[in-house]
Design a protein. Structure first.
Lengths: 429, 313
């Protein structure tokens, strides 16, 4: 590999507290050799070609902590190859995949298979998570220790929530002993039963069963209370309401934990569902504008640590149904960064903060050396034109499934190219 | 009687819900319905306004009055009416609603009347077919012709709706009738009291511009109309109420409770009734107070008006 030189870019690397105009050098091994303002035209060999990125941005490759892939079992929705291409086009270079596959990722041998597939078919860094309980049945714990030895860095039941308090306390104890990260999707299933939208005026008007914000809050309160006694590494996958923000604010001083939010809940509200748009049937559901604003506010107050795409590819057949029958979730890995930039353009969140929640923060929680531009580390990064206008069209999506929650939305900001290990694996045309 | 065969223009192609209609649309439908009331009482009830048109009734939920009412309405206007028996259809073999819609669409109907257990099913159908879709009830969302016939009944008896105080009582949560009536009667200027136990009250209902009550005493005070709703036990997946007898004690319409309303208050019920649960059986049959039979009668006229107007769009 030839050395690569990039100059005059706006570089943001929250991990190393860098926010400056400068350059970046990738060495022959695909590692970062130099980063920052000291890298300029005057101190690179004059015979070398360089790429002038004036006005453009360089961010570390994004780390997306919540991604669903259809492999194994639902390859027609998304496989590692299509996921990897979709991720690259959105500047994402590392993902944590959810264990809700067929079969479920709940034992050592399936992890071996998965890692091989991920390595062979994917160009990005795949970190499969394993389930907390065998076959997602909320009965018996999986082998946290053995799975960790195989390289599993996070445990979650993905779409499912541990309802049983005693089991949850035991999971926390084991996770503490073995230093494992537990990620909980917070939803009380009795309270959310048959629900498909936020419980409120939209549910009443559309005649749909609502999911109250209480369903989320009650699990968060329970888990954070348990955490006072069983202090493991604990992460709330995603929150959706101002009530949850209040609980988190109260508990921040008492126990240590981290919190995520889906880009959908951060950018959209329940009114976007309009006339039964099933692509906006999400879990947690889109809530009120006040709830959405409280999530933005929570990011600015350091109460939310991570933004995820909650990428959930669903084929057309699963969505062309009545709202209550339709599958839940939206495809979103390739629009994660552009949609997050909206919060910067409308002056809601600082750019540095947004990038922090998309790169260094998730990497720190996962304890992986990704999402940074530290000298000597693998050159995973993306080049972004943060002002480029474009419109989301499902036919242009790279993911195998086209269920975007923001069809026809006008965006500002696009990934121009994405590098993994110093190699340019995506280039916008 | 001579009937105007000319097509009447209104703002919508489909009748999916009262929410989509303007006041002018509603007045057009109600005026048209009035003209059919006397026809339905005459000896020769059949005219040929919809001759040559095909109407398909697609009922995914059991229904007696609405289905027969729509069938009769179509036949009286001269349409060819086909009622699909869903129990024996391909739906039971796993066909999706959209595929059924495409199949029916290929037969070139002019009108499809649909009832479905899922809210929004008629909206989905209307996006996939070329003809007019009439909603005969979707989940708990809307039942527009029921609200229109209720309005027509009230106008017939009280000569107006504007300024009336109307109580809608009972299982509001599961009721599409309640929702359609709230939109319609609100638009026509009534004051609405919604009365239900908290467990059967939809969230944020007051945002629809109604007064909310959890007891009959306050809710029925000075009302001109008391509309009782059926307790939809079949839609209740978990415990909403302790028992029917307790419900009757607190929320059932009894002579005592009716006394709280105005002296000339009328009783309405969309049917089918649970006698002795939401309504006292004698009150239901009281010809001086109950207009329940009239509702059914005017239902045919309203559906004729809707079929005529939407069948000619």
């Amino acid at each position: 590999m030839k050395k690569k030189y990039f100059l005059n870019a706006n570089i943001i690397d929250p991990y190393n507290a860098i926010e400056e105009v400068g350059g970046l050098i990738v060495n022959e091994e695909g590692k970062l050799e130099a980063v920052g303002k000291k890298v300029n035209k005057n101190n690179i060999p004059s015979r070398e070609k360089f790429i002038d990125l004036k006005g453009k941005y360089i961010f570390p490759g994004l780390v997306d902590m919540r991604v669903f892939v259809g492999e194994p079992g639902f390859e027609y929705k998304e496989n590692f190859k299509t996921l990897s291409n979709a991720a690259l086009s959105g500047g994402v270079t590392s993902v944590v995949t959810m264990p809700n596959t067929l079969p479920v990722i709940d034992n050592v041998s399936i992890v071996d298979f998965l890692k091989r597939r991920g390595r062979d078919k994917s160009k990005i860094n795949i970190y499969p998570s394993a389930s907390l309980t065998k076959n997602l049945e909320s009965t018996n714990m999986t082998e946290f220790g053995l799975l960790k030895k195989k390289g599993i860095i996070a445990f979650t039941d993905g779409l499912k929530t541990i309802q049983n308090t005693r089991l949850m306390s035991r999971i926390m104890r084991s996770a503490y002993d073995l230093d494992c990260l537990v990620m909980q999707h917070a939803e009380d299933f009795e309270l959310s039963k048959n629900g498909s939208v936020n419980d409120g005026i939209v549910a009443t008007r559309l005649g749909l069963q609502g999911v109250p914000d209480l369903a989320e809050r009650i699990i968060i309160e329970r888990d954070l209370t348990l955490l006072e006694d069983f202090n493991c590494r604990y992460h709330i996958s995603q929150i959706s309401s101002s009530k949850s923000v209040e609980v988190i604010k109260k508990k921040k001083d008492v126990v240590k934990f981290t919190t995520g939010v889906s880009i959908n809940n951060l950018s959209l509200n329940e009114n976007d569902i309009g006339d039964f748009r099933t692509f906006l049937k999400l879990s947690p559901p889109l809530r009120t504008e006040e709830d959405r604003m409280s999530l933005v506010d929570a990011i600015n107050k350091n109460l939310i640590d991570v933004i995820v795409s909650d990428h959930k590819p669903e084929d057309e057949e699963s969505k062309r149904l009545t709202f209550s029958q339709a599958a839940t979730g939206a495809s979103g890995i390739e629009t994660l960064l552009p949609l997050a930039l909206e919060q910067f353009h409308n002056n809601s969140i600082k750019l540095f903060k947004i990038i922090e929640l998309l790169t260094s923060n998730p990497a720190k929680i996962l304890k992986i050396n990704k999402g940074n531009l530290t000298i000597g580390s693998n050159a995973d990064f993306c080049i972004v034109d943060i002002n480029k206008p474009w419109i989301v069209k499902k036919e242009n999506l790279i993911s195998k499934s086209k269920n975007t929650s923001i069809e026809d939305k006008k965006m500002q900001g696009k990934v121009i190219s994405t590098f993994v290990n110093g190699e340019e694996l995506y280039k916008a045309n | 009687m001579a009937f105007n065969k000319k097509a009447i223009k209104i703002s919508q192609k489909h009748l999916l819900g009262i929410q989509d209609l303007s006041i002018s649309d509603i007045n057009i439908i109600l005026d048209e319905a009035k003209s059919f009331i006397s026809l339905n009482k005459s000896k020769n009830k059949k005219i040929d306004i919809l001759r040559g048109k095909t109407q398909i009734n697609l009922f995914f939920e059991p229904s007696t009055r609405t289905q027969s009412s729509f069938e009769l309405a179509g036949k009286r206007l001269g349409a060819d009416v086909m009622s699909m028996n869903i129990v024996n259809s391909a739906i039971k073999k796993g066909e999706t609603l959209i595929d059924t819609a495409m199949t029916l669409n290929a037969m070139h109907p002019d009108l499809i009347v649909i009832r479905h257990q899922d809210s929004g099913a008629c909206n989905l159908l209307s996006q996939k077919v070329n003809c007019a879709v009439l909603n005969a009830g979707d989940g708990r969302r809307e039942h527009p012709t029921q609200a229109l016939l209720d309005a027509l009944t009230i106008i017939d008896r009280k000569k107006k709706i504007s300024g009336l105080k109307i109580a809608i009582c009972g299982d509001i949560l599961h009721s599409r009738v309640a929702r359609s009536n709230i939109y319609l009667l609100n638009m026509l200027g009534a004051e609405l009291n919604i009365v239900a136990p908290s467990n059967l009250m939809p969230k944020d209902i007051e945002k629809l511009g109604v007064n909310k009550f959890t007891n009959m005493k306050d809710g029925l005070k000075d009302c001109d109309i008391v509309m009782m709703l059926r307790l939809q036990s079949e839609r209740m997946t978990s415990s909403f109420l302790s028992s029917n007898r307790e419900y009757y004690e607190y929320y059932g319409l009894t002579p005592d409770k009716l006394n709280l309303a105005k002296e000339d208050a009328l009783i309405m019920h969309p049917g089918p009734m649970n006698r002795g649960i939401e309504i006292d059986t004698k009150l239901a049959d009281d010809i001086n107070k109950s207009v329940i039979k009239e509702q059914v009668e005017l239902g045919v006229a309203v559906r004729m008006a809707c079929l005529k107007i939407f069948g000619q769009q």
